[in-house]
Write a protein that binds this ligand. Structure first.
Ligand code: PGA
Length: 250
């Protein structure tokens, strides 16, 4: 099945003000190619979500996390239902920065269930922290994928995106950038894990994207030869020039 290229702009805890967020989106939309061949999702800070959706009605938005609970006494949390009500249609879940601060595979699974039942499409991040000689990182990825899909019905598969994000390639402390070959190897591996769960045909409904130091030059190589149909850039998405250059290149 041909899937449209998807780019998820992960703004993380940026920018500092709503005014700056509006300027960034204005600049991005002004410089995007007229022909919309790329599906762009803006994962903005939740506090800016509603005003941004009001101002940029045709854009697609994601939250960067949802609560594992559906409501009640959970100070500081945002439920999937609230995110949907504020205009999100997607949710990044299990980002390595959330896993590092306590999101286990079990919590990630609870969040995925919450997202799906609220009508949000989950963008599930998986990735190893180190690449060891004995290939135990494959076990890590397998466990993350198997746990994420534990009781997920095959009818939901076309709503789900897996973002393969090797933790060692993320952010300004990245040890190095992954290669398209490494992305290809992992996308084949993830597909195989999904095929074992759902069979080959249904497994193909899940979109796989790559994230970790994506820039305006390497992005196209991942899509061309990295076995993925999209990208999840972080830092790059905060520069309208670099971000729109990436979209142009695709
Ligand atoms: P980066 O972040 O592109 O800045 O490496 C990617 C991510 O963490 O999602």
């Amino acid at each position: 099945m041909a899937q449209k290229t998807t780019v998820i702009a992960n703004w993380k805890m940026n920018p500092e003000t709503l005014a700056l967020a509006i300027i960034l989106l204005k600049n991005i939309t002004k410089h995007l190619p007229r022909k919309k061949t790329v599906n762009i999702i803006f994962a903005v800070p939740a506090i800016f979500l509603h005003p941004l959706k009001e101002k940029f009605r045709t854009l697609s938005f994601a939250v960067q996390d949802v609560s594992a609970y559906d409501g009640g006494a959970h100070t500081g949390e945002i439920s999937a239902v609230q995110a949907y009500a504020c205009g999100a249609r997607h949710a990044i879940i299990g980002h390595s920065e959330k896993r590092a601060s306590g999101d286990t595979n079990e919590i990630v699974y609870e969040k995925i269930k919450m997202a799906l039942s609220a009508g949000l499409s989950p963008i599930i991040c998986v990735g190893e922290t180190v690449r060891d000689q004995s290939h135990s990182y494959l076990k890590t990825i397998e466990a993350q994928v198997v746990s994420a899909f534990k009781n997920i019905s095959r009818t939901k598969l076309d709503k789900i995106v897996i973002a393969y994000e090797p933790v060692w390639a993320i952010g300004k402390n990245a040890t190095r950038t992954a290669t398209p070959e490494e992305s290809l190897e992992m996308s084949i591996f993830i597909r195989r894990v999904l095929s074992d769960l759902y069979g080959k045909r249904d497994a193909e409904k899940v979109q796989i994207v790559y994230g970790g130091s994506v820039d305006e030059k390497n992005g196209v190589d991942f899509v061309r030869s990295g076995g993925v149909t999209g990208l999840l850039p972080g830092r790059l998405s905060l520069s309208y020039k670099k971000f729109t250059a990436l979209i142009q290149s695709l």
